[in-house]
Design a protein around this ligand. Structure first.
Ligand SMILES: Nc1ncnc2c1ncn2[C@@H]1O[C@H](COP(=O)(O)OP(=O)(O)OP(=O)(O)O)[C@@H](O)[C@H]1O
Length: 304
């Protein structure tokens, strides 16, 4: 491995217990410069614990974390490392009484090589709201400001926890574009999201966390390829019960006038469908969506 391709973050066999709860059970992962890693997982999976451990905000039980190729102590980070990290705060942790410009000024002052207040206002799209108090902003505006503040120190490694929560579609797309340009500039990004479309759109790799373990790690295409099923879209005069009874069918949904049938034996399902209903129309077969892959992965694991 060349120096340029050294991971900016390496997590090895990380364990953390809270009393009898195993929050992290041997988590290992790496993130390279210019890579976007999405961490997905159901509530309580250990996402927040993992990110807090990486940031040095808690003492882990065992395992190791390296940042920028340097082994880190469990619950502290040197100033030189902090200068290279960007973290998007939760809305509740921002100072409600400061104005937008004051928040930008405060965050710029933490870093030796920082963006200016004007630059941060532009990133947030809040130049006109510079003198408004944080508490007066809409939910989406607050999220945009918190995103901009995370960039105040021109980070090499950026952590985004549910970055587009509460944003409308337009603001979400704009933020996605911004993340893509950071990635192109070599910034490594670790993000958590509940929007699978977001993970699919942004992430080079997705780590699926459940009960403190990584149960799947790979590109969105690799994750969906792990799932044997395919989606069959069609218009049909059969009833839902008849469609569900076709061979190989795992799941059925009605989407406007079309059905979406998830099948683990697509050829057999389609053959039986055509035999049972000669009027089938608008037939289309697609790989399963990431959402189904995610549900199947987490359910399979739950059943083990
Ligand atoms: N300070 C704590 N004390 C005790 N248990 C904790 C503490 N923090 C987290 N836990 C437990 O550890 C497990 C992992 O929690 P964590 O908050 O990391 O999950 P998460 O994936 O971030 O969940 P969510 O999506 O709901 O935010 C959960 O069972 C949680 O109850």
């Amino acid at each position: 491995m060349t120096l340029a391709s050294q991971p900016v973050l390496q997590v090895n066999h990380l364990y953390k217990r809270y009393g009898r709860t195993h929050a992290l059970q041997g988590v290992s992962l790496e993130v390279a410069a210019g890579e976007v890693l999405a961490i997905l997982g159901p509530n309580g999976a250990g996402k927040t614990t993992l990110i807090a451990a990486i940031l040095g905000l808690l003492r882990t039980d065992s395992g190791s974390i390296s940042l920028f190729s340097e082994l880190q102590q469990s619950n502290t980070r040197e100033a030189s490392v902090k200068q290279r990290l960007g973290v998007m705060m939760q809305i509740g942790s921002a100072s409600a009484n400061l104005t937008v410009a004051e928040q930008c000024d405060l965050f710029s002052s933490y870093y030796t090589n920082s963006k200016t207040v004007t630059e941060l206002l532009t990133i947030a799209g809040l130049t006109e709201q510079a003198n408004q108090r944080f508490s007066r902003l809409s939910g989406g505006q607050k999220q945009r400001l918190l995103f901009a503040l995370a960039l105040a120190g021109k980070p090499d490694l950026l952590f985004l926890d549910e970055p587009t929560l509460g944003m409308d579609v337009e603001a979400r797309r704009a933020l996605w574009q911004h993340i893509a340009s950071l990635k192109a500039a070599g910034v490594a990004v670790v993000l958590t999201t509940h929007y699978l479309e977001e993970a699919e759109h942004l992430a080079d790799r997705i780590a699926v966390l459940q009960h403190g373990k990584i149960i799947a790690l790979g590109s969105p295409a690799q994750l969906t390829a792990q799932i044997s099923g395919k989606q069959i879209f069609c218009k049909s005069s059969l009833t839902k019960a008849q469609l569900l009874a076709l061979p190989g069918v795992q799941k059925l949904e009605q989407q406007h006038e079309r059905f979406c049938i998830v099948s683990r034996a697509v050829e057999r399902t389609v053959l039986a469908l055509l035999q049972a209903d000669a009027s089938v129309g608008d037939l289309e077969i697609k790989p399963v969506a990431l959402e189904q892959a995610f549900l199947q992965l987490t359910h399979t694991q739950e059943a083990l």
